[in-house]
Ligand binder design. Structure first.
Ligand code: ARG
Length: 454
């Protein structure tokens, strides 16, 4: 493509380090869509002839068909997807192919292709998150008043409901959707027409190519157009946060499915056995989802470090942008699908959850709140009295609801038998009716709100 200036071909190592076709072939569809939009615009502007435009378009359609059917012969010597496609186009349509690269550079070409690709992955992530949220809402519905222990510091804190716990993840994944949507909206500008970096002297219609490719508008600055990879960094940032959320839920699935917790059962479809220990049901899918954040965040770090300190505009360093993004997008897609499958099949054990919720003096706060409400005690004093009640219960080897009234009266003689109503876990969760609280009525209303929004 640049033989005019060169007397010698590249060294084998040069070819090896320079070629990106091994991975950027994944941009084939976007590359051809961009070229077709560009050729149509060039023809509409009278920059290339109508016959050449028709030949180029038909030729590009054939190249795409060859790539999709697997008959296309990719060549490392041709370096990247852009030159592979163009070289094949020349074989098919002859010299007219040479007109396609008018008013264009691989710099704006690759920026356009990659934006289109990342934009599609934002859409994939959004759809996968919507499916995961739907699965979580189904779980929330089945367990809207299923009582379970809520933890802080992984120590029993207060009873909550299974539904409320599921809805916490719905909030997180909905924010993730918002981040992908924000990134998508910001990236949806078309670099095509920036050419190498300075724009072009040809009378382009950049609005037309932008619209043909589904972009909202052309990018505003030609230098920025070819040097910006924010869109990929932003996608990876959203993906990293989403992967971190997935890893937290995955960790809970791992914990819950242990013999020690037995809060929930992962289905056979998402578990594996052991070749030596017949009793084992290993949560491999959950463990792998838990791990994916490592490579996804790694991709974000890799790309950010590649971009850091690069002078404007395009530098070849930027060819290193693609592999981390491809890898992270694949990993995220797989993790989201696996998580959706695990959540759909997940079987919470209501009896175990309730028993665990009642253990560990989980309604101590309810006792303290009762002392405040019924006796007018300042909360700090109520906290102290309740602490003493817990210590008595622990010494007697009973839970709070079984602590005899005489014991409670020993701490404050004004305490009546009415206190026992607040010490049961069902009453405890039912009483938490504040906005965003775990009361089953609140949980049902939140589910209905989310269903409406979806
Ligand atoms: N393969 C290159 C990349 O992925 C395409 C752009 C090459 N541009 C250039 N001026 N060498 O970044």
């Amino acid at each position: 493509m640049w033989g005019g200036r060169f007397a010698m071909g590249p060294d084998a190592v040069m070819t090896a380090i320079n070629a990106s076709i091994g991975f950027d072939r994944r941009l084939a569809r976007e590359d051809i869509a961009g070229s077709r939009a560009h050729a149509a615009m060039l023809a509409a502007q009278g920059i290339i002839g109508p016959d050449d435009a028709v030949a180029i378009d038909a030729g590009l359609a054939q190249v795409l068909a060859e790539i999709e059917s697997g008959t296309f012969a990719f060549s490392t010597a041709l370096e990247d997807i852009h030159m592979n496609v163009e070289a094949r186009l020349r074989e098919i349509v002859g010299p007219a192919a040479g007109r396609l690269h008018t008013a264009r550079s691989r710099n704006d070409q690759v920026a356009t292709d990659f934006r289109l690709w990342v934009r599609a992955r934002c859409d994939d992530a959004d759809a996968a998150l919507a499916r995961l949220i739907d699965a979580l809402l189904d779980q929330a519905e089945r367990g809207a008043d299923m009582v379970m222990p809520g933890f802080t510091h992984l120590q029993v804190a207060q009873p909550v409901t299974w539904g409320h716990h599921m809805l916490a993840y719905v909030e997180m994944f909905a924010r993730d959707r918002g981040r992908f949507a924000d990134a998508r909206a910001r990236m949806n500008e078309c670099p095509l027409g920036a050419a190498a970096l300075a724009g072009t002297s040809f009378p382009l219609n950049r609005e037309a190519t932008a619209a043909a490719l589904g972009f909202d508008r052309p990018t505003a600055n030609s230098i920025d157009s070819v040097s910006d990879r924010d869109f990929a960094m932003e996608f990876l940032a959203a993906a990293s946060i989403c992967a971190a959320h997935l890893s937290r839920l995955a960790e809970e699935l791992v914990l819950w499915s242990t013999a020690q917790f037995r809060f929930a059962r992962l289905s056979d479809r998402f578990s594996t056995g052991s070749s030596i220990m017949p009793q084992k049901r290993n949560p491999d899918a959950a463990e792998l989802v838990r791990a994916k954040v490592g490579r996804i965040l790694g991709a974000q770090v890799a790309l950010t470090v590649v971009m850091k300190g690069l002078p404007l505009a395009y530098s070849k360093d930027m060819q290193e942008d693609k592999e981390p993004v491809f890898d992270a997008a694949d990993a995220l897609g797989l993790a989201l699908s696996a998580m959706e499958g695990m959540i759909r099949d997940l079987e919470p054990d209501g009896d175990r959850l309730r028993a665990a919720a009642a253990a560990g003096f989980s309604t101590a706060t309810d006792l303290a709140d009762w002392l405040v409400r019924a006796l007018g005690m300042p909360f700090r004093d109520a906290h102290h009295v309740t602490g003493a009640a817990v210590a008595r219960a622990e010494a007697l080897g009973v839970d709070l609801p079984e602590l005899p009234l005489a014991e409670l009266r020993g701490l404050d003689p004004r305490i009546t038998a009415e206190v026992y109503a607040v010490l049961g876990v069902e009453n405890s969760v039912r009483s938490r009716t504040s906005i965003g609280g775990t009361a089953p009525d609140r949980v049902r209303a939140a589910i209905a709100r989310w269903r409406g929004r979806l």
